[in-house]
Design a protein around this ligand. Structure first.
Ligand code: PMP
Length: 381
């Protein structure tokens, strides 16, 4: 199978697999004072440093969680205060959108969902306008969209929000480990990430909380006081160590990887648009992640296309909402019709994708689209 679904999950990097196995062969609770416990705590310290190096922040600003869903919940539930408005966008991941809805369910007017244009971009003027009256407590905008790869220019968001006295959170799950994000330059207060998107294990993530951020102390999980009280529970030492190893590997290679993956993505898009009529790239004119391509094959249901090419693993819309038969809220927000959204395939490439795989996949997709279109035409006759 040609695996082009890195935004759903990336294959684990060999360094991460080796580290997880190594830790699993040992014993030790990172909170225990004896030697095995101290060894486990050291493993966690190393991982915290590796992640901090990738983000250019201080290790003490990282809270390990069980993934980005938890990190997003922790960020929003800690930073939102009743009486203040919460601003996010229509194209966020459900882990942000549903959390924001839940937090404002008693006061729906305090939730502001910013629109995006055809290119998937928020209008900075609309954000400025919303921030205008000083009633916004938190702005949460994703660094990179999981369906289209479209990037948010975070700098102006942070400047405008801070000038209005609001905190800024970014869900950077799809960005971290794929493109550089330097927390010494990008002054967000909170940032979520997930290890399995950059070659670490599933079920491990982190929330960055900037030192000095005016954040009420509201943990989701209370108990033994781990992670400075922010996240109680015995640490997942093997998973955390694997996340650290993946972060270090990504940090070593991602500048070069990003260029190579960007070229492969361009090759995929050129091959598809040359072979298939009536298709387009969603967000194709915007700054995007190098490895993501959201392609609408007009009038051609994505589930049929995917069923016609079992050798290529891709996603229709968002695998994160798998099983849900609703059309992609991201594509609808960008102005696609329901039918167009349902005719969209997401390709996401990553560090292990090869040129040969991309060429094979593009040919298989083109054949599948032509096959589905022919079948549909004959079915109508
Ligand atoms: N945010 C974004 C943008 C994502 O793409 C995902 C994963 N699909 C998540 C959050 C949730 O991450 P996790 O599965 O690690 O909880």
């Amino acid at each position: 199978v040609v695996y082009l679904d890195y935004n759903a999950t990336a294959p684990m990097r060999p360094e991460a697999v080796a580290t997880v196995i190594d830790v699993m062969r040992s014993v030790g609770n990172a909170s225990s004072p004896h030697a095995p416990g101290r060894d486990a705590a050291r493993r966690v310290d190393v991982a915290r440093r590796q992640l901090a190096e990738l983000l250019n922040c201080s290790p003490g600003e990282i809270i390990f969680t069980a993934g980005a869903t938890e990190a997003n919940n922790l960020a929003l539930r800690a930073a939102h205060t009743i009486g203040h408005r919460l601003v996010t966008s229509r194209v966020e991941h459900p882990a942000v959108l549903e959390t924001a809805r839940d937090l404002t369910k008693d006061l729906p007017a305090s939730l502001v969902l910013l629109a995006v244009d055809r290119d998937g971009l928020v209008d900075p003027a609309e954000l400025e306008h919303v921030l205008g009256d000083g009633s916004v407590g938190l702005v949460s905008l994703m660094a990179a969209n999981n369906e289209t790869g479209v990037l948010t220019d975070l700098d102006p968001v942070v400047k405008a929000a801070h000038a209005a006295g609001a905190l800024v959170h970014t869900d950077a799950t799809q960005m971290i480990g794929r493109l550089p994000l330097d927390l010494a330059e990008v002054d967000v207060d909170l940032l979520s990430l997930s290890a399995h998107k950059f070659g670490g294990p599933q079920g491990v993530g982190a929330l960055f909380v900037r030192r000095g951020a005016m954040l009420p102390f509201r943990p989701l999980l209370t108990g033994g006081g781990q992670e400075r009280g922010w996240r109680a529970g015995t640490l997942n030492v093997a998973g955390i160590a694997g996340a650290g190893a993946a972060a270090a590997a990504a940090h070593r290679s991602f500048a070069e990887e990003a260029r190579r993956i960007g070229r492969l993505r361009d090759l995929l898009e050129e091959s598809l648009t040359a072979q298939v009529s009536a298709c387009w790239i969603n967000g194709g004119r915007s700054p995007r992640l190098p490895g993501v391509s959201s392609v609408t094959f007009d009038g051609t249901p994505a589930d049929a296309v995917i069923a016609a090419m079992p050798g290529v693993a891709v996603s229709d819309g968002s695998a994160c909402a798998s099983g849900a038969p609703t059309p992609s809220h991201v594509l609808l927000a960008m102005g696609l019709t329901r039918e167009q959204a349902d005719s969209t395939v997401r390709f996401s490439l990553g560090y292990a994708t090869t040129e040969a795989e991309v060429i094979d996949a593009a040919d298989a997709v083109a054949r599948a689209v032509r096959h589905v279109r022919t079948t549909m035409t004959s079915a109508h006759v």
